[in-house]
Design a protein. Structure first.
Length: 237
C-alpha cells in the first residue's frame, strides 16, 4: 500500500478527518508548546480540536497540517495574528496548502522501525500486521499481555499499537508501562469508546476499531516521524 501523492505521502482524501492525536503528540510533531496551542485556540478560534467525553483535546490530521502552516508563517517572520489571518484567507480560497514544503519521503536507507502490535483478535492482528509490513515496518505480534510486556522489556520497540481490551482490558496497564519508556510512541485502539481512558493512560493517539488501513498507516507514520521526547509539563488537556 502506498500513498497517492507523488512523493508517496498520504493526501487528505486518503484519510477520514477526525480527532486522533493528543495535544502532547501534536507538541512533539510540531515543537509548539501546549500552552501556545491552547492560547491560539482561545484567541483565534480557528484550529479548534475535538473534545473527547473526558475533555481531552484530539487534533485531526488536517488540523496538524494547518498548525504546521502557521508554524511556517511564524518562521517566515509573520506575527501570530497575521499567520492565523492568512490561514483563514487561504482556507476560504481553498488554497491554504500553497507554498508548504512537501512531505519528506522515507529514504530507502532509513533504519527499520520495530512496531509491537498487542492485539487480542488474531484476525485483526494478522490484517494490521500485513499492512504495516507492506509499508516496510518490522512487526512483532502479541496476542496476550504477558508476551507483550516481555517484548517491551527485551526488545527495541519504537511504537506500540495496543488494543485496550487485550487480556480482558489490560491494555491500559500496558499503555502506562510503555509510557514509562519515554522513547516509545503509543497508539491505542479499541472497538469501544475508550479514547479517554487510553489518553489518560499515556497514549499519543487513539483509533476506533475496525481500523481503516490508510488511517492506521498515516497515524503510525505521524507518530514515528514526531519521535518521542519527554512530554512538557501539562501536555494533556
Amino acid at each position: 500500500m502506498s500513498g497517492n501523492a507523488p512523493d508517496g505521502s498520504y493526501t487528505e482524501a486518503d484519510v477520514v478527518d477526525a480527532g486522533v492525536y493528543s495535544i502532547g503528540a501534536v507538541t512533539r510533531m510540531l515543537g509548539i508548546p501546549p500552552q501556545t496551542l491552547r492560547a491560539w485556540e482561545d484567541r483565534y478560534a480557528q484550529i479548534v480540536p475535538d473534545r473527547s467525553g473526558g475533555g481531552h483535546r484530539l487534533y485531526s490530521r488536517d488540523q496538524v497540517e494547518q498548525l504546521r502552516f502557521i508554524r511556517e508563517q511564524l518562521h517566515a517572520g509573520l506575527p501570530p495574528a497575521d499567520a492565523h489571518r492568512l490561514l483563514a484567507q487561504r482556507r476560504a480560497e481553498g488554497s491554504w496548502r500553497r507554498g508548504m514544503a512537501p512531505a519528506r519521503p522515507r529514504p530507502d536507507h532509513e533504519p527499520k522501525v520495530t512496531i509491537l502490535l498487542a492485539e487480542r483478535d488474531p484476525y485483526a492482528a494478522e490484517l494490521a500486521e500485513y499492512f504495516l509490513r507492506t509499508e516496510g515496518y518490522r512487526v512483532r505480534v502479541a496476542l496476550d499481555i504477558a508476551p507483550a510486556e516481555e517484548m517491551l522489556r527485551a526488545e527495541a520497540i519504537d511504537l506500540l499499537v495496543v488494543d485496550l481490551m487485550i487480556s480482558g482490558g489490560d491494555g491500559l496497564d500496558l499503555c502506562r508501562r510503555a509510557r514509562e519508556r519515554s522513547s516509545i510512541a503509543v497508539l491505542a485502539v479499541s472497538a469501544l469508546e475508550s479514547g479517554d481512558a487510553g489518553l489518560q493512560a499515556g497514549a499519543d493517539a487513539f483509533l476506533r476499531k475496525p481500523l481503516e488501513p490508510l488511517r492506521l498507516i498515516s497515524t503510525v507514520r505521524d507518530l514515528l516521524a514526531a519521535g518521542r521526547r519527554p512530554a512538557s509539563a501539562g501536555a494533556r488537556a
